[in-house]
Design a protein. Structure first.
Length: 249
């Protein structure tokens, strides 16, 4: 149950005698107004969050790690945690078998994914389906497909750090609920986000990694393979590594 400000203050025995004082942010705003009127150019100190403000902020955040599958879907659908909520058509939660052994993770929705609400559609999606078929897998059958970000960045730009930070708890909870045996990371951004590294995809390929205890195999994004078809041979090597790893689990 969500606690109100009054509930928190009452639990801390700060009511009824406690009275809200002017916050640092309000004082900074007043200073800025005064300085502007007097023509002063001095910088305004950055507002500092008080302990009670920090506590209230934490209480307001949803308990993502305690959600079931439906609650998580609803939370993602209504998410307003970053500026992408203002530019998306809809969120893209994922698609497939929620009890799958295989979890495929891409970067972020594109224009078609944003329109349809499903990851990996269009030509890149067709190539992904072919890649899965090559190791005897099929979309929706023992495979779940998701992205690091649940909203499309405008003009398909690279996601920024804040967006990844806001979305990471959603992906982590998906992993906890699905309990996949193996994660296939598609592309540099997905690999770097999952593994918390800045290493190149060339250095990450060809070996096993871990994401919260789940083995991770890194390969190229299907969209990249469409632009660089000569790299498909390397992608096949990665798929074989993933297949052999799964067979050994």
């Amino acid at each position: 149950m969500t606690m109100t400000r009054e509930d928190v203050l009452r639990e801390l025995e700060l009511l009824p005698a406690w009275k809200l004082r002017e916050s640092p942010a309000s004082r900074a705003h007043s200073i800025a107004q005064t300085d502007a009127m007097e023509g002063k150019q001095d910088a305004v100190p950055s507002p500092v969050e008080t302990p009670i403000e920090k506590l209230l902020s934490e209480i307001a955040q949803p308990d993502i790690q305690g959600m079931d599958w439906q609650q998580l879907q609803d939370c993602v659908r209504n998410c307003q945690s970053c500026s992408l909520a203002q530019t998306r058509t809809q969120t893209v939660f994922g698609v497939g078998d929620p009890n799958a052994d295989w979890l495929v993770v891409g970067e972020a929705p594109g224009a078609e994914e944003d329109r349809l609400g499903e990851p990996f559609v269009g030509q890149a999606g067709k190539l992904l389906d072919n890649m899965l078929a090559a190791i005897r897998l099929k979309r929706g059958e023992n495979v779940y497909i998701a992205n690091v970000l649940k909203c499309r960045p405008p003009q398909n730009r690279d996601p920024n750090g804040e967006e990844v930070q806001k979305c990471d708890p959603y992906l982590k909870r998906q992993v906890e609920l699905i309990q996949p045996k193996l994660i296939l990371a598609l592309g540099k951004f997905a690999a770097q986000s999952l593994l918390n590294t800045q290493d190149s995809i060339s250095s990450l390929r060809g070996r096993l990694h871990q994401y919260h205890g789940v083995p991770v195999v890194v390969t190229f994004h299907p969209a990249y393979l469409l632009r660089s078809p000569l790299e498909k041979a390397k992608a096949w090597e990665d798929l074989c590594l993933a297949r052999d790893t799964m067979n050994g689990l």
